[in-house]
Design a protein around this ligand. Structure first.
Ligand SMILES: *[C@@H]1O[C@H](CO)[C@@H](O)[C@H](O)[C@H]1NC(C)=O
Ligand SMILES: *[C@@H]1O[C@H](CO)[C@@H](O)[C@H](O)[C@H]1NC(C)=O
Ligand SMILES: *[C@@H]1O[C@H](CO)[C@@H](O)[C@H](O)[C@H]1NC(C)=O
Length: 229
C-alpha cells in the first residue's frame, strides 16, 4: 500500500471512532481505573496477609463483590453511602486504642508518620481506606456496567460512587475511634487549617463516640519554611 493511502485509511478510522469516544466521555472526572477488580482483591490480600494480619481472616472475594454491587450497572449520580453497607460490614475492623489519626490537607505527612499502621492507623491504613486509596471508579446503566472513560466529579453530582464511598468510610472510621484521638491539620494553608466543608468536619467529627474517647489532640503542622497561618 502506498504511504498516502495508509494516511487516508488512518484519517477514515479516526473519523469513525471519534464520535463514539466523545459520546462515551460524559463526565469531567477520570474514568474507572483499569483492573479495578484485581487491584481491590490484591490490596485486600496484601492488607490482611502482609500489612496488618491482626485484623484476622476476611473474605476478599466477598469484599470485592459487595463493593462492586454498590455501583455497577447504576447511574453514577445515584449511588448513596448506604449502598456500601454490605461492603462496610465485611471490611470493617477495630482501630487499636489511641491509634486513630484524622487529618485534613496533610495526607503525605500523615502516612509517613503512621508508617503502615506501625505507629498510627489513619483511615487510609484501615482495610476500607487502603482498598480505595487514590482510585477512581463509577458505573453506568449500559454494559459492561462500569465506565472506564469518565466519572462524575463531586461538582457534577454529590452522590457519585467515590464521594459516597468516602462519606461512609469516614463515618464508620470515626465510630471506631477509641482512647486518645489525634487530628493533624495544615497550618500553612491559606483558607484555614480547619475547613468546615471537608470530610473531617462534616463526616468524622460528628460521628466520634464521646463515651469512647478520652482526649483529642490537635496537631497543626506548618511547612518547615512557613508560612504559619
Ligand atoms: C467468600 O465469598 C465468596 C463470594 O461471596 C463465596 O463464594 C465463598 O464461599 C466465601 N469463602 C469463604 C471461605 O467463606
Ligand atoms: C500543607 O499545605 C501546603 C500547601 O498546600 C503543602 O505544600 C504542604 O505539603 C502541606 N503540609 C503537609 C504537612 O501536608
Ligand atoms: C464505644 O461506644 C459504643 C457505644 O457508645 C460501645 O457500645 C462500645 O463498646 C464502645 N467501644 C469501646 C471499645 O469502648
Amino acid at each position: 500500500m502506498p504511504k498516502w493511502s495508509m494516511v487516508v485509511f488512518g484519517i477514515l478510522l479516526m473519523g469513525c471512532s471519534a464520535p463514539v469516544d466523545t459520546a462515551m466521555k460524559s463526565w469531567h472526572g477520570i474514568g474507572t481505573v483499569h483492573n479495578l477488580e484485581e487491584i481491590i482483591i490484591g490490596r485486600c490480600y496484601n492488607y490482611i496477609r502482609v500489612m496488618n494480619p491482626t485484623v484476622g481472616e476476611k473474605n476478599c472475594s466477598a469484599i470485592w463483590e459487595t463493593f462492586r454491587n454498590a455501583f455497577v450497572y447504576k447511574h453514577p449520580c445515584n449511588v448513596n453511602p448506604v449502598d456500601y453497607d454490605a461492603f462496610i460490614r465485611l471490611a470493617l475492623h477495630d482501630i487499636p486504642q489511641d491509634k486513630a489519626l484524622f487529618w485534613e490537607n496533610t495526607k503525605l505527612l500523615v502516612h509517613r508518620y503512621s508508617d503502615k499502621t506501625r505507629r498510627m492507623m489513619p483511615l487510609g491504613e484501615t482495610l476500607i481506606g487502603f482498598l480505595a486509596d487514590d482510585l477512581d471508579w463509577c458505573g453506568q446503566n449500559e454494559s459492561p456496567g462500569i465506565n472506564y472513560q469518565s466519572c462524575p466529579t463531586t461538582t457534577e453530582c454529590e452522590n457519585n460512587p467515590v464521594n459516597s464511598f468516602w462519606k461512609i468510610a469516614s463515618e464508620s472510621y470515626a465510630k471506631e475511634a477509641v482512647g486518645i484521638v489525634r487530628v493533624m491539620l495544615n497550618g500553612s494553608i491559606s483558607d484555614g487549617a480547619f475547613p468546615k466543608n471537608r470530610f473531617f468536619a462534616k463526616h468524622e467529627l460528628p460521628n466520634l463516640r464521646k463515651s469512647n474517647i478520652s482526649e483529642i489532640q490537635i496537631w497543626v503542622m506548618d511547612n518547615i519554611d512557613g508560612p504559619d497561618r
